[in-house]
Design a protein around this ligand. Structure first.
Ligand code: TYD
Length: 396
């Protein structure tokens, strides 16, 4: 049974950065109620109201995986491991974005699937076979008829964006070779709850997975998890290695029971744990607003660093506007000179000079804290402070 445990109020589409500021309207369908459910049987955490894919993933999707050194390094390491361990003859990536991972593979054995045409264009141009399409059974059939079975399917931070998870795993199971491997990685709900990072929820993140939920989800399609890795990316992610249940080539590793036990110990199988998280999010909101308002009372200028989709959830949930945060800085070309969705806060192209005379920066990209702190050594040295809400609101 689905039980609501978190209400993040009315939120805009998190990756629709506005060219000019305008107040968004509920009546015109520009704002959506963002509430989160826990399914007591399947253990799946999902948004109550799901936005149709086509509204979110189009020809103007701004997020590019290659924008972060952390992601590029993580993908490079992974590609070496995949080649060494699984030696794929045909490697397919669902949600290949701008090719941050597949650029580490030869053009001859890679298939990209990417619904956003601006991103699909990038991998096509580089010569990679790219299907500019949504992942579903009819696409899986099309790929099978052209290329036959695939032996490694990979997807990072994508499956949780797709409404019909049954169709997702059915299609994967259909296309995957009997000895094939599916690797998926997504933010870990255990990390999300530990860090009170309620901002992992925005309209695109229809689901946040726990290993408990993934295990249950894939069972129907004859798939089982045989290994799990903990990653630091996206605020703490899990990388699941999945195989068909009659594939004897890979043994189920201890890492699987270790993760499942950790999740049960934390209470991820119980509704009460989720209800507590809902209360912690409300407390986090209250404390963050208090910190920011105190700084403003003392005439401090505050800017934001990393115009993330996560920051959009924070701004709109906490009611933080241009009277509190003057502007955001970001390196992503498609976000520059636009406004944070739902707020009149402008995003400027990152330039160290924009940090001059600023003493307080709200860390929108808290998941890249280490990378950003390294880059901003001088800001910190001269007494500049970052503000974060993860795992609890504070000035660092
Ligand atoms: P990310 O946290 O991956 O995404 P989201 O919450 O939107 O899923 O996005 C990180 C953003 O932070 C991205 O827009 C790039 C930006 N960024 C910088 O501007 N400078 C940096 O040094 C880093 C690491 C990220």
């Amino acid at each position: 049974m689905n039980k609501k445990f978190l209400d993040l109020g009315y939120q805009p589409l998190a990756n629709k950065y506005l060219k000019s500021y305008k107040r968004l309207s509920l009546k015109k369908g520009e704002l959506f109620k963002l509430s989160v459910n826990f399914n007591t049987e399947t253990k799946l955490v999902s948004l109550l109201k799901k936005i149709p894919d086509k509204k979110m993933f189009d020809g103007e999707y701004p997020y590019k995986s290659s924008m972060s050194k952390t992601m590029l390094n993580s993908f490079k390491k992974l590609s070496i491991k995949i080649k060494r361990k699984f030696k794929p003859k045909l490697f397919l990536e669902i949600g290949s974005n701008d090719g941050a991972l597949i650029q580490n593979f030869s053009k001859d054995n890679v298939v990209c699937v990417e619904p956003c045409s601006n991103l699909a264009k990038i991998t096509k141009k580089k010569g990679y076979t790219t299907f500019n399409d949504y992942w579903n059974l009819s696409l899986a059939k099309k790929i099978k008829s052209k290329l036959n079975n695939i032996d490694v399917i990979y997807s990072a931070n994508t499956l949780t964006h797709i409404n019909n998870l049954d169709d997702v795993f059915k299609s994967i199971s259909y296309l995957l070779d009997k000895n094939g491997i599916l690797i998926i990685e997504d933010p870990s709900f255990l990390e999300c709850i530990k860090k009170v990072s309620y901002d992992q929820f925005y309209n695109e993140h229809l689901y946040v997975f726990s290993a408990l939920a993934v295990k249950h989800l894939i069972k129907k399609y004859d798939l089982i998890i045989f290994d799990i890795e903990n990653l630091s990316t996206h605020g703490g992610s899990l990388r699941y290695y999945i195989k068909k249940s009659n594939n004897k080539k890979f043994k189920v590793k201890k890492s699987v029971s270790i993760q499942l036990t950790k999740e049960i110990k934390f209470g991820l199988h119980k509704l009460s744990t989720y209800q507590k998280f809902g209360k912690s999010a409300a407390k986090s909101k209250h404390n963050l607003v208090r910190i920011l308002k105190n700084l403003k009372k003392n005439d401090h200028k505050i800017i934001g660093y990393g115009a993330t989709a996560k920051a959009t959830t924070v701004l709109n949930y906490c009611g933080i506007d241009e009277n509190i945060i003057d502007y955001f800085v970001d390196t992503t070309p498609d976000k520059i000179n636009k406004f944070m969705p739902g707020k009149a806060i402008k995003i400027y192209k990152y330039n160290k000079k924009l940090l001059n005379h600023i003493n307080y920066i709200f860390l929108g990209a808290w998941n890249f804290k280490d990378e950003i702190f390294k880059k901003e050594r001088l800001f910190i040295k001269r007494g500049g402070k970052f503000i974060t809400h993860v795992p609890y609101p504070r000035i660092l």
